[in-house]
Design a protein around this ligand. Structure first.
Ligand code: ADP
Ligand code: MG
Length: 198
């Protein structure tokens, strides 16, 4: 079963991955955006770790709602409200249970991802974070590893796509041939679940 400590480890592992990969995320964003994605998420997840230490939320749901709220208030740019919504809605869907299982997490993450799609108006194939998150949710019920592999494959599959949402869409056909930075960071978020479970 997955308790609040598991969800705190998930957020810590994500923050560490974002620190490790910040330069790559910024490089990806410099190709088809404004070169701030790595810095945006570093600022956001450092703040998340600080607020989780300060508030010490005691359930899986509150760990994610507190983290999501912090991302919304600290990350400028499109990705702050989108990732914030993802975590808040996922946390809300987990309710006030002290422990949840993998299936419940997969289902809750599905509602979080649906909320991201609703907020940003993007769907599968638009070359956004959803192209990593949607396949991850579909595979996560099987195992964390399957979810992470699906997120990675989904992120890689954004390379040949033309962006239809967000800043990259301003480039039109010139967005083709580049990996979407938000899909890359979403793959890190899902891979961090595997680390949290280890
Ligand atoms: P900004 O584009 O404001 O500079 P970031 O660079 O932090 O914000 O994040 C860019 C990422 O946000 C994109 O690579 C994409 O994955 C994601 N994104 C942008 N707009 C949307 C949207 N409408 N729906 C889903 N994801 C989006
Ligand atoms: Mg950007």
């Amino acid at each position: 079963m997955l308790d609040a400590a598991f969800f705190r480890r998930w957020m810590s592992a994500t923050a560490a991955a974002v620190d490790r990969e910040a330069a790559r995320l910024t490089d990806l964003d410099s190709a088809i955006g404004d070169a701030d994605h790595g810095a945006n998420l570093q600022r956001g997840f450092h703040a998340v770790i600080a607020v989780l230490e300060k508030e010490a939320p005691g359930t899986p749901g509150t760990v994610l709602t507190v983290a999501g709220r912090e991302l919304v208030s600290t990350v400028g740019g499109a990705s702050g409200p989108l990732y914030g919504t993802l975590l808040r809605r996922t946390g809300k869907a987990l309710g006030d249970a002290a422990e949840v299982n993998l299936e419940q997490l997969a289902e809750a993450l599905g509602s979080g991802v649906a909320a991201v799609s609703q907020l940003g108006g993007a769907a599968a194939g638009d070359k956004t974070m959803l192209d990593a998150l949607l396949p991850a949710v579909a595979a996560l019920g099987e195992s964390f590893e399957a979810g992470a592999a699906a997120a990675d494959a989904g992120a890689l599959a954004t390379v040949p796509l033309q962006a239809r949402k967000g800043r990259a869409s301003y480039l039109g056909e010139r967005s083709i041939g580049h990996l979407d930075p938000g899909a890359a960071s979403s793959a890190l978020l899902i891979a961090a679940l595997v680390e949290a479970a280890a």
